[in-house]
Structure formats: C-alpha cells, structure tokens
Design a protein around this ligand. Structure first.
Ligand SMILES: [Ca+2]
Ligand SMILES: [Ca+2]
Length: 355
C-alpha cells in the first residue's frame, strides 16, 4: 500500500554513520511496520511475557495534589507543568500531509487538570527505580547476550535500557521499556511519594502536545518549523526533495536539548516514542469525547510523538502508533503524568487516578 511504500522510501535514513550502524538501522526499519512508522513488532520476535504483578500495591488513599502550582518538581527531580482543562480538536484535518486513516478529527474535552512531566523519563530516573526495587525489565528477562534470533530481528532492539546501542548517560531518555515496565515505574513512584503517577491518556498527550495549536506540529505546518524543537531522523534530499535534516543527533538526545512547546513540554515531537495508557483503536472508540480513556480492552497500546529514527511525518501531533504492551525497542520510552486528585486506584495494569 502507498502508506507502506512511503514509509520505506522516506521515513528513515541515517547518514554519515559507520556501515555497521547503517546496516543495523536498516534491519531495525524492517521490523517497524505500518504506515507512518508504527513500531508494531510482533510478540513472537521476543517471546511471550507476562506482566509482573508481585510489587503492585493494594488500593489505598493518597494525599491530594492541589493544582495551584504551575510547576512542580518531585523527589527524583522530575519537573512537571500543570495542564489546565480545556477542549481541542483531536486528530488531523483531511488536508494534512502524511495523515493516517485513524486520525478522525473530533472535539475532545479535558475537564480535569493534571501535571505532565516536562521531559521523557530518563535513564537516571529509571535507574533509581531499578536500584530501589531490583526490577528487571521485560527486555532484560527476554534478551540473552548473543541471542542470534533477537540480534537478527533488530540489533538495537535486542539490547536493554542499560546499553541501548549508542553512547548515552543518565540524562538520556530511557528506552527498551515496555508498556508494562512503564506501569511498574509509575507504581513505584506512586508508592514512594503517595501521589498518583500514571501514563497520560492518548487524549491528554495530544492535548498537551498541541498546546493550543491546530497545525500539524506545535511549531507550525512544516518540517522546517521543527528546527531546534525536535530530534528526528535525517532524510536525504533524494527522498524528500527538500534539504537534508540535521539536528545534531543520529540517535536519542539528552532530554531537554530542544526547545519546549508553548506549554513548556520538551521532546513531545521526536526523540523517543512515548507510551500512553490507552488501548489502541483505529476509530478512537471505547470512550466519550470528554476525558476519553480509550477502549476497555485491546491488543495494542498507544504510543505517540515519533522518534529519532523516523521523519517529521511520524512526529505530527495527530500521528498515532501502537504496539503490544510487551514490545520494546531502541526508540520507545515514556513520560509520566501526575494526577491533581487524591486517591489511588491500583489495578493489575498499574495505577490510575480515582474518577
Ligand atoms: Ca536527529
Ligand atoms: Ca518524545
């Protein structure tokens, strides 16, 4: 189909890299399937995993976070901005370039304020979680050093958050984390601070990404508008017909290296994909247009924002991607939301705010 051809022609191309790295990236591209670069790697490539449940706390109350402060910093040093209620047009206009069929434009109301992390969760923050709990990510439990099968599937994808396959430090976004891993991090943070940490819903994510804008990107209409605001992939002029993109990073960049959006959030466009709490549904069904939370069940979880491995097409505010909740690779991370309301409801899937 045309969308797949578009992806193979133009979505990813990293230049000025060692041959081995380029080969690795091309192999990685093969496992990124569907129209606009959706990392929907099948479960079979990594084997099956079951969501760990041993450290899920039981239901209990938590102190209320009053949404009075426009910014907060938690005990890990994570910065948050207050996202106020409002309404916006979710999805994309029919005329939007690179638009997907699952981006039906519709009004969404966000009635509850929440805090959203300024940055993607970093390696250093995730390390504190691991050191405190002894947690092993699903990638660590599945990936065996020298495992020929996983190495052939995706040389970078078969690594773990400890060694993502490129130079990094604690300020880089954590990668190779599954949706389950992200939930465990939220559960731990909730236990540590007695506050409701969770993944943002898909609607909350797009609302915050747009930050009041209606253009394909919070920065404007074009790839050029993203300059200085997003870490995306270089795309050669022979593919796009326009100038090659160079933002200084072939792989992930330390969080916050690029300019924030109008609401103070960094890397909503690009750097690493971000898991959302919702099950994916192509029609946005399963919820009303007021504080929608997605379908009650499903096969894949939503991820948003594109990554350093894909072009501007995948980092559009409305672009939707998805993958099995046990999927991981070198381009997937997450950011967390903090509820403004008291009370914690913990399910097998992780913490959610009380309605
Ligand atoms: Ca880049
Ligand atoms: Ca991102």
């Amino acid at each position: 189909m045309s969308t797949i051809r578009r992806h193979l022609r133009g979505e990813v191309f990293l230049t000025s890299l060692p041959v081995a790295v380029v080969v690795s990236v091309i192999l990685a591209m093969i496992v990124v399937c569907a129209g606009r670069g959706r990392p929907c790697q099948s479960a079979s490539a990594y084997g099956k995993a079951t969501a760990p449940t041993s450290d899920v706390p039981s239901e209990r109350d938590a102190p209320e976070v009053r949404p009075a402060e426009p910014r907060k910093v938690n005990s890990l040093g994570m910065q948050f901005v207050l996202v106020s209620p409002g309404e916006f047009m979710m999805g994309s206009a029919l005329s939007e370039t690179f638009r997907g069929d699952d981006e039906r434009r519709h009004m969404v109301k966000i009635t509850r304020p929440f805090y959203l992390a300024v940055h993607e969760v970093t390696v250093g923050q995730f390390r504190k979680f691991v050191e405190a709990t002894g947690y092993l990510t699903e990638a660590e439990r599945l990936v065996q050093p020298g495992d020929a099968a996983t190495a052939q599937t995706d040389p970078l994808g078969s690594r773990t958050w400890r060694d993502p396959g490129y130079a990094h430090d604690d300020d880089y976004p954590v990668t190779h984390v599954t949706w389950h891993d992200a939930q465990r991090f939220c559960t731990w943070l909730q236990s540590r601070e007695g506050l409701v940490y969770r993944l943002p819903t898909e609607a909350e994510w797009e609302y915050a990404c747009r930050a009041g804008t209606t253009t394909p990107y919070a920065t404007g209409d074009s790839r050029e508008s993203l300059r200085g605001s997003a870490n995306i992939a270089a795309v050669p002029v022979e593919i796009t017909g326009s100038a090659q993109w160079d933002d200084g990073f072939h792989f992930a960049a330390p969080v916050g290296r690029f300019a924030p959006n109008p609401w103070g959030l960094c890397d909503m466009h690009g750097n690493v994909w971000e898991w959302c709490s919702d099950w994916y549904d192509a029609t946005y069904s399963g919820g009303t247009a007021t504080d929608p939370e997605g379908p009650a069940s499903g096969k894949d979880r939503v991820m948003r924002g594109g990554s350093y491995r894909l072009s501007h097409a995948s980092t559009r505010s409305a672009n939707r991607a998805f993958g099995p909740p046990h999927h991981f690779d070198a381009t997937i991370g997450f950011r967390v939301a903090l509820d403004c309301r008291g009370g914690v409801r913990v399910s097998r899937d992780g913490p959610r705010g009380r309605s």
